[in-house]
Design a protein around this ligand. Structure first.
Ligand SMILES: Nc1ncnc2c1ncn2[C@@H]1O[C@H](COP(=O)(O)OP(=O)(O)OP(=O)(O)O)[C@@H](O)[C@H]1O
Ligand SMILES: [Mg+2]
Length: 410
């Protein structure tokens, strides 16, 4: 018997590499330690958590493989793998990576030249042998290999600690990702050195990051307006009750501005110029102060092929964005219609919460409020909500248990 005991203990130590080990036959301590993050057996809530944090279930109740000491040193991460930006939040250190989701590659050799901001600055300016690629389009991965390279690069850069203290990673993904996409993202995180990878729906992460209590039995509506998708979700009791995902967000607004300038001024501009115009003077609510906004734009005259300068005003950009913005407000109304009345009552009491870069579009909160009759709140630091919320999900046992079950690839 002692030999068997020693063998199973050695095996568990090898498998989980815990920071310390407690031997006890007391059932009370057994459960207490389990809740602190030990791998425990027999299974139950604590056992689920034990396995969720990277431990396993020891074959005898007398053994507790504790992660308690190791936990503070492990750089657990929340990642927002966004169409426009990738953010990495590390527990205890905050947001350590916040870069555009762009990779520049040499098309002849296939080697990666730049990742992130340096690569974004190359968009529209690359020579023929270099291509600046955005691996995510409309919120989904359009180029797996490049997305995997980018994710590995960012996770690697975010890690500072000891190589054997592998982080657990929670990655925000759009609601509708396919099983193949889920597996590809999780594999990329594991290849990049994660001990465990979980995926969380972006609106859920955004809601947690915005400070909403997603686990209470009360309705919260979150609208996350990113670069590729706008995700509208009603959350209650830690789950998404209603959701609507629309492939209209920041990128579509930039395209609408490119189109408007081309039609009205016969001038060609690039997507980065359009994004600048949107951020500087873009607005969606009729207010005199927005009408007065203006900015200078340099483009290429479509008839002469020469550069030409124009001054564009806020009212014009509001007109350019109108069709897309109407689709978004219709989608929000649509989501509300699909929501059970009790939860709508909660939403009316608390207001709709906006996250993502699009939440900063001037007048969007006022417009949604006018169109729905519900007050609207812009989350604090809306661009970082998904990453911060994904990181915080690691501390929420029920959410983590749910993710753990949901993330099991069939
Ligand atoms: N002040 C601003 N006003 C309007 N739009 C803004 C502002 N700041 C950023 N944006 C836009 O927000 C978008 C990026 O937001 P975010 O980082 O939330 O997207 P993402 O998470 O990368 O995309 P997705 O969630 O669709 O995958 C870009 O289109 C950017 O132009
Ligand atoms: Mg996003």
């Amino acid at each position: 018997m002692p030999a068997f005991y020693l063998a199973t203990l050695t095996f568990q130590l090898f498998k989980t590499r815990p920071s310390f080990l407690v031997l006890t036959s007391s059932k009370v301590w057994y459960n207490k330690l389990g809740h602190l993050g030990a791998g425990v057996w027999p299974s139950g809530k604590a056992a689920d958590f034990g396995s969720a944090i990277g431990g396993s279930n020891p074959p005898t109740p007398a053994i507790f493989l504790c992660e308690v000491i190791r936990l503070p040193f492990r750089e657990d991460m929340g990642i927002d793998l966004g169409t426009a930006n990738t953010l990495v939040y590390v527990r205890g250190r905050g947001i350590v990576i916040n870069e555009p989701s762009v990779v520049a590659i040499d098309t002849e050799t296939g080697t990666v030249i730049q990742v992130g901001l340096a690569a974004k600055e190359m968009i529209g300016k690359t020579p023929s042998n270099i291509s600046a690629i955005r691996p995510l389009k409309s919120g989904v991965i359009a180029d797996f290999d490049i997305a995997r390279t980018m994710l590995k690069y960012f996770i690697g850069n975010a890690r500072k600690g000891l190589p054997f203290l592998k982080p657990r990673v929670v990655i925000g993904v759009p609601i509708g990702v396919t099983e193949v996409e889920r597996k590809a993202i999780m594999d990329a995180a594991l290849e990049a050195g994660a001990s465990k990878a979980f995926l969380i729906e972006e609106p859920m992460a955004a809601a947690i990051g915005a400070g909403l209590d997603v686990e209470e039995p009360s309705g919260n509506m979150i609208v996350d307006i990113g670069g590729g998708t706008t995700e509208i979700a009603v959350i209650s009791l830690g789950s998404i009750v209603t959701s609507v995902s629309v492939r209209i967000a920041g990128d579509a607004l930039d395209e609408a501005i490119v189109h408007y300038i081309k039609e009205e001024y016969k001038l060609a501009i690039g997507e980065r110029t359009a994004e600048r115009i949107k951020i500087e003077i873009g607005n969606v609510f009729p207010l005199p102060e927005y009408d007065e906004l203006e900015t200078m734009v340099v483009g290429v005259d479509l008839s002469t092929g020469l550069p030409r300068k124009i001054i564009v005003q806020g009212g014009e950009i509001r007109e350019a964005l109108k069709t897309n913005i109407n689709t978004l407000t219709d989608s929000i109304r649509n989501a509300l219609e699909q929501t059970p009345p009790e939860l709508v009552t909660d939403i009316v009491a608390r207001g709709i919460v906006l996250t993502g870069g699009g939440a900063l579009l001037k007048g969007f909160d006022q417009l949604i409020s006018r169109e729905t009759g519900i007050s609207v709140v812009i989350a604090e630091d809306p661009l970082t909500c998904v990453a911060r919320g994904a990181g915080a999900a690691l501390e929420k046992l029920d959410i983590l248990n749910r993710l753990s079950k949901m993330n099991r690839i069939k």
